[in-house]
Write a protein that binds this ligand. Structure first.
Ligand code: ADP
Ligand code: MG
Length: 312
């Protein structure tokens, strides 16, 4: 499957340059373009324009499927338990494959802890709430802690070294690097039997690199592309995707919690499950399910202990 414009069949270097120089920087953009508009914008001939659009659509899997196929695919959805029964219930069972689940909250509220717990739990057999598969972890903040993962594995009576050996870690140093790591994950997913992809954090590097208002459109376009890559992995390989996100103060609100996740609609629409975390007393955390298309909004309390994510 093509990730870059240059990878599309029938697109040479010159054509790719014409496309990118005229604003067509991603395959999605070409896939949704009208032939006439693409010709006008890029100066490409009709035959070439049609060919490129159709190749883009194919690579984006924008064709038809029968309702039966859709149903069969839904039957393949599996869930990874979080460690807290209440949180599982809020999520309708656990973190689902074929979807993107977003955790957003202030610093220090437990996003990374949940990500660690899920990268351990995905490895458990199905009857114990896992998928019997491995985790791919893209760390963008340098906060991955193998010692902490080891603690959680021990608490779950699992072989600690084996658990660590089944988490494939990628450290991203820039948003472009992060996108590249996500794009190149395709091969890894099959080869390493990946059941869960984690991006912790999804937006940190983007936020640091695209600062001015003038750069917002470019940032959003890139984030959009990134989310598409992740969604494609989730759908084609029946994997779960978990992303963490920071919050910023809502400029319209003078008081109270900063509750607005970074990335706006682009991230929001691409995530099927959005969970907002906040601190409660001591080890307790409150999770709220926000704007789910298929589940009732609600809240629950879970705890972060030395053992990991629990109810208590
Ligand atoms: P975020 O990713 O949202 O910034 P983290 O997932 O790093 O936040 O959460 C950090 C919090 O997790 C700590 O403040 C602490 O409350 C809890 N925590 C981390 N390690 C442990 C541990 N070993 N035992 C108990 N709680 C822990
Ligand atoms: Mg974190």
């Amino acid at each position: 499957m093509a990730d870059e414009i240059e990878d599309l069949s029938g697109v040479g270097e010159t054509t790719a340059k014409k496309l990118t120089e005229n604003g067509y920087k991603s395959i999605e953009q070409i896939a949704v373009a009208a032939t006439g508009k693409l010709m006008e914008d890029t100066g490409l001939g009709e035959k070439t324009a049609r060919k490129i659009i159709s190749a883009s659509r194919e690579s984006q899997d924008m064709g038809y499927a029968t309702a039966k196929e859709v149903l069969e695919k839904k039957d393949e959805i599996r869930q990874i338990k979080t460690g807290s029964d209440k949180l599982n219930k809020l999520l309708g069972g656990g973190v689902e494959t074929q979807s993107i689940t977003e955790l957003y909250s202030k610093f220090g509220t437990g996003k990374t802890q949940l990500a660690f717990q899920l990268s351990v739990n995905v490895q458990k057999p199905k009857k114990e709430g896992g998928l019997g598969k491995n985790a791919l972890f893209i760390d963008t903040e340098g906060t991955f802690r193998p010692e902490r993962v080891r603690q959680m594995a021990k608490a779950g009576d699992m072989d600690e070294d084996e658990v660590l050996n089944k988490i494939f870690l990628g450290r991203a140093y820039s948003s472009d690097h992060q996108m590249l790591l996500a794009e190149k994950a395709s091969g890894m997913i099959e080869e390493k039997n990946i059941g869960l992809i984690i991006i912790d954090s999804l937006t940190g590097l983007f936020r640091a690199e695209y600062v001015g208002r003038g750069q917002l459109a470019e940032r959003q376009q890139k984030l959009n592309r990134h989310m598409h890559t992740l969604q494609r992995h989730a759908s084609t390989h029946n994997t779960a995707v978990l992303v963490t996100n920071q919050v910023m103060a809502n400029p319209g609100l003078m008081f109270g919690d900063p509750t607005t996740p970074i990335g706006g609609h682009i991230v929001g629409h691409a995530s099927s499950f959005r969970i907002y975390l906040r601190e409660s007393k001591g080890e307790k955390r409150i999770a709220r399910l926000v704007d789910s298309p298929c589940l009732p909004d609600g809240e629950c309390v879970f705890t972060i202990t030395q053992k990991g994510i629990e109810d208590k």
